[in-house]
Design a protein around this ligand. Structure first.
Ligand SMILES: [Zn+2]
Length: 451
């Protein structure tokens, strides 16, 4: 990877003024705190999960480097903070209007810091405590609105500090989760390419996803230094390209929808769910298997897409799907509003070019679909869960099948299951075959562990 710091400044239009990653990144904190500070107090935002690095309490370490700062600690439930409306409001009230906001945490605390910084205009100095998601170096935050996970614009951190000593001291499950989020690059660009070609997004640009495809190449390197650098780089570059594209779409396809729906299900039931990236990793195995299965056994790629439309009973399907989680209908209406935007975009789009040039379209598209076995091998290299049964808590086959069935009914972003709804092929039988295929991927000769 070329210089991350340069790339960060270009990607953010200068808003992310400094990205430090490496063995002694924390050492730059005193200078950064001085450089970014505006009049007003310094507030250190974190959660109540204890953090140590290099044998030291990390919060004390950071506080010693940035100078006197008032601490605002967000309570985590189930060891995770959920960014619902109440949490955001309460945190914003506690933080007030500081001269410098310093966040110390993983993805959720950083996302919260970005939301609060966007509201107050305070510069955000973000200390990344794990390589757990790709959402650090971007101007977006994942929030929970009306019970549904939504990615909303917030703001770039003014500086992002990623110290190898801190990353290596992070709980293993957090960094393993990052591996899962990183390998979404083997699934999401195919969905993005499809949506772009159909005129629902775009234009597609290989140059947006290529730096991430390059960065993940060494994710399963036997040398930990090389593999950790690949992990940090792929997640950081992933965030930056999301910022450049001003959309998560290049790195968030069906595999992310699966994770969002698992979160929504758990929240609705007051149950726990696994980390975002852990779910995304297992879902990447399934979603790459979906592309392969559809190519082998479905008609949809042979049909004229300009003749397809969403079924007449779509609204009923959306409401019925989410009524399972929220009998009040609130979640169903929230999702239906998003789905209706997708339908309107579909109806307005000119799909004729896709029908004229289908073989070339499919060849390019499948160039972005990874091998399920490579995803599995990469996750296993890090000890990350590669199947839904290995998630914590485990997701059973029935729940996975239901989650997959709900994919087209949640968001305004078109992915492959949307086309399958239109071709009347998004059936329990297809979903069964996909789960089977993902569960027992055939070994490939070109897996990263084989050479
Ligand atoms: Zn993600």
């Amino acid at each position: 990877m070329t210089n991350l710091d340069d790339f960060a400044r270009r990607a953010s239009g200068g808003d992310l003024v400094r990205l430090v990653a490496g063995p002694d990144a924390l050492d730059e904190l005193p200078a950064l705190a001085e450089r970014l500070r505006t009049p007003g107090e310094r507030v250190l935002l974190t959660d109540d999960v204890s953090k140590t690095a290099a044998g030291t309490d990390l919060l004390d370490w950071v506080a010693g480097l940035v100078g006197e700062a008032r601490r605002v600690t967000v309570a985590a439930s189930h060891a995770q903070v959920a960014l619902d409306e109440a949490t955001v409001e309460a945190t914003a009230a506690s933080v007030g209007t500081p001269g410098l906001l310093i966040s110390v945490g993983s993805g959720t605390i950083t996302d919260l810091g970005k939301v609060v910084a966007a509201r107050t205009g305070a510069p955000l100095l973000a200390v990344q405590t794990a390589a757990s998601v790709n959402g650090f170096a971007d101007p977006l935050s994942v929030l929970v609105i009306g019970g549904a996970k939504r990615t909303k614009p917030s703001t770039w951190p003014s500086a992002l500090v990623i110290d190898d000593r801190v990353i290596d001291a992070a709980p293993a499950r957090l960094n393993r989760s990052g591996v899962g989020d990183a390998i979404a690059i083997w699934s999401a660009p195919a969905d993005w390419y499809l949506a772009c070609r159909l005129g629902l997004d775009g234009p597609f640009d290989d140059a947006v996803v290529r730096p991430v495809l390059d960065a993940v190449e060494h994710l399963a390197d036997p040398d930990h230094e090389v593999a950790r650098r690949a992990l940090v780089d792929s997640l950081t570059v992933g965030g930056l390209v999301i910022g450049i594209a001003d959309s998560t779409a290049p790195l968030s396809g069906s595999e992310h929808l699966v994770s969002h729906i698992l979160d929504m299900t758990a929240m609705a039931r007051g149950a726990e769910h696994d980390l975002h990236g852990a779910q995304v990793g297992a879902a990447t195995v399934v979603c790459t298997a979906l592309w392969q299965e559809v190519r082998e056994s479905c008609r949809v790629f042979d049909l004229p897409w300009s003749a397809l439309s969403y079924p007449d009973d779509l609204a009923e399907r959306v409401r019925n799907t989410w009524a399972v989680l929220d009998p009040s209908g609130r979640l169903g209406e929230e999702c239906l509003a998003a789905v209706e935007r997708k339908v309107a975009a579909w109806d307005a789009a000119d799909k004729s070019a896709c029908d004229a040039d289908r073989p070339a379209l499919l060849e390019t598209l499948f160039g972005y679909v990874g091998e399920p076995a490579r995803s599995t091998d990469t996750l296993r290299h890090w000890g990350a869960p590669a199947t839904f049964a290995e998630l914590t808590p485990a997701v059973g086959r029935d729940q996975l099948a239901w989650t997959l069935s709900a994919l087209p009914y949640m968001r305004d972003r078109l992915t492959l299951p949307d086309l399958l709804v239109m071709s009347d092929e998004w059936t329990p039988e297809l979903i069964d075959r996909v789960i089977d295929r993902a569960g027992a991927p055939e070994a490939t000769a070109d897996g990263p562990l084989d050479g």
